[in-house]
Design a binder for this molecule. Structure first.
Ligand SMILES: [Zn+2]
Length: 438
């Protein structure tokens, strides 16, 4: 197996050492076990299935089919793999067209995907094939999957972002719940599911849906010790707008005084209406002081991000956030800000209202402190936010918000199945509960 791993490293041009849980997953699959790996964002989950055409190869490299719910993720991975010379493409939602990128044609626009001849895929001339779950069940692909060459060459069915089966599977994208049929269609291939977060009960139900037999569960404690966790109450909804003032007044003041020293902050607001209120308030408070340098939009120190915003301005925000020291210091955002966000310098996430689940919360606060710098996650709630009639609100979130007698970090990680989490730093850097004990 060692030599196959080395071959895969060579193919994917991996120069750094693999991590323990990556190796553990590869070994479990090599032994023929079904495997669910829960590895935090940034750990290198996709590298595992990308290595499999060579790690699990017999006489020649196998085919890995990657089921992924998001086109943007597939595009990113196919583009990077093509640069390394890997034979790979992704199929559209309808299962009718396959796309890839042209890495050798200098004149072509590299950022635009190009169609791939389906015949090539039919003949099994591919190493990694990405697809939406829906496409796998369309007539064209169903037929391809049943071809002899596929039955012989497919060495792994990998499901990326598998937690979305639970999140989206019910009515939004029902085909998610059928992925288990693919497991059954390739009984001799390896079966792998990866995600960043999953609770013990979620793992159990996933394993059932995927039709895994006695799967090996591999997981890393997702604790982020550099992240200080805090919960505060906010005013009741009876005050239409002034309920936000406890949050926005100190923020605007801090931004006005610290300016480029203001800790890079994302404020998640509950609605466009709330976003507008925050934006106007800060705008009014800062007036001409809202720019660093010339008074042009690119120099503004705060911004907004939501789905109705122009794509040009959204691009600008994402571009700024990618920098080590952006001029932009505060972004007011709805949940639309998240996918494709690569923002190492974020040091504070503020939730004006709790997300509905701890999974979402954990994913969102995980965007702060990516470089390991000290970071903060502050969440506000009022009783309306935790009302029984709020759609999708989980009991675990209600419990978490109302925590009065327990470390927040421990409470959060226990939910994800890590009962033994210990915080090694000084107590006042752990969470608001631990801080007030001192
Ligand atoms: Zn604590």
């Amino acid at each position: 197996m060692e030599s196959k791993i080395n071959l895969a490293r060579e193919k994917l041009k991996i120069t750094y050492p693999l991590k323990d849980k990556q190796i553990e997953t590869l070994k479990a699959l090599d032994l023929g076990n079904d495997c669910i790996s829960i590895l935090p964002t940034g750990y290198g989950k996709s590298l595992i299935f990308q290595m499999l055409p060579w790690v699990l190869m017999k006489d020649e490299p196998g085919i890995v089919i990657v089921i992924c719910p998001l086109t943007s993720i597939m595009q990113d991975q196919v583009m990077t793999l093509k640069e390394k010379g890997i034979r790979t493409s992704f199929v559209n939602l309808q299962g009718t067209v396959a796309y890839s990128y042209n890495s050798d044609n200098e004149d072509s626009d590299e950022s635009k995907p190009q169609t791939v001849n389906m015949e090539m895929i039919k003949s099994g001339d591919i190493e990694i094939l990405y697809s939406h779950p829906e496409a796998m069940f369309t007539p064209v692909l169903s037929r391809i999957l049943r071809r002899k060459v596929f039955q012989q060459k497919v060495c792994c069915i990998a499901v990326d972002e598998v937690h979305m089966i639970e999140e989206w599977g019910e009515d939004f994208r029902p085909k998610f719940k059928q992925i288990g049929e693919l497991t059954a269609l390739f009984p001799n291939a390896a079966h792998l599911a990866v995600t960043a977060t999953a609770t013990p009960s979620c793992i159990q139900s996933l394993s059932k849906i995927l039709q895994y037999i006695n799967p090996t569960i591999i997981k890393v404690n997702p604790d982020r010790p550099n992240l200080f966790l805090e919960i505060k109450t906010r005013l009741s909804n009876l005050q239409k707008f002034s309920k936000y003032d406890d949050i926005v007044v100190p923020l605007a003041q801090e931004l006005k005084t610290k300016r480029e020293k203001f800790p890079l902050t994302i404020v998640y607001v509950e609605s466009l209406e709330a976003l507008g209120y925050f934006y106007q308030f800060i705008n009014y408070e800062l007036k001409e002081e809202q720019y660093i340098g010339e008074a042009i939009p690119e120099n503004r120190i705060f911004g907004q991000f939501h789905k109705d915003y122009t794509s040009q301005m959204k691009q600008h925000i994402l571009f700024e956030l990618r920098k080590e020291e952006p001029k932009l210091r505060l972004v007011l955002a709805t949940v639309a800000l998240g996918m494709g966000l690569d923002a190492p310098a974020i040091t504070r996430i503020i939730h004006c209202r709790p997300p509905t689940t701890l999974e979402k919360y954990f994913q969102e606060v995980g965007r702060a402190g990516r470089k390991g710098q000290k970071a903060e996650a502050l969440m506000y709630y009022n009783n309306n936010d935790l009302a029984k009639n709020r759609k999708g609100l989980s009991d675990a979130m209600v419990q978490y918000c109302k925590t009065k007698d327990k470390c927040l970090r421990l409470q959060l990680l226990q939910y994800f199945g890590f009962n033994e989490t210990k915080f090694n730093g000084p107590m006042y850097e752990c969470c608001s509960y631990c801080r007030q004990l001192q």
